[in-house]
Design a protein around this ligand. Structure first.
Ligand SMILES: [Zn+2]
Length: 159
């Protein structure tokens, strides 16, 4: 069996008047993430990590942000499409380890729901999806609540 590693990173700006979608679920918050899609920064980082592991460019290459097809799209659909893309090269997800950096809202209580959602969408075991949340100690753009960032590392396998 061949295994490969991939890494992804994404940032979206927090603005008023948008829903906050993170890890495939909607969170109650005063602000939401701005983007062409639903701006689910965690899913985008995971998609980029998966594409990187398969050496298949990046999320913007496959799902351009000037395409009407992807306007306000549910990022879970992009995640399914990404799983299908890496499958064309024979890869399937081994495990995922991700970190979300956000000052607010507090994410701790929502992590299990995100894990459950993403495992279901990707068709993998719950135990293969790790999501961690951190603040940046009020430093930088995440600390000032101007945006949320996410990092993801994935392992993919090919029989
Ligand atoms: Zn994004």
């Amino acid at each position: 069996m061949k295994i490969r590693v991939g890494f992804g990173f994404d940032v979206h700006k927090l603005v008023e008047g948008r829903e906050l979608w993170l890890g495939g679920i909607r969170l109650e918050h005063t602000h939401g993430l701005l983007g062409h899609s639903d701006a689910d920064v965690l899913i985008h980082a995971i998609c980029d990590a998966l594409l990187g592991a398969a050496n298949m460019r990046d999320i913007g290459y496959h799902f351009p942000d000037n395409s009407e097809e992807f306007h306000n799209i549910d990022s879970k659909i992009l995640l399914v499409k990404t799983i299908e893309l890496i499958a064309t090269k024979g890869y399937k997800v081994g495990n995922i380890d991700a970190t979300v950096c956000a000052e607010r809202p507090k994410l701790k209580a929502h992590i299990p729901a995100m894990q459950e959602c993403l495992a279901r969408v990707m068709g993998i075991d719950l135990d293969d999806v790790s999501i961690k949340a951190t603040t940046t100690e009020k430093l930088g753009f995440t600390g000032r609540e101007e945006g949320i960032s996410a990092y993801a590392t994935v392992l993919v396998e090919k029989k």
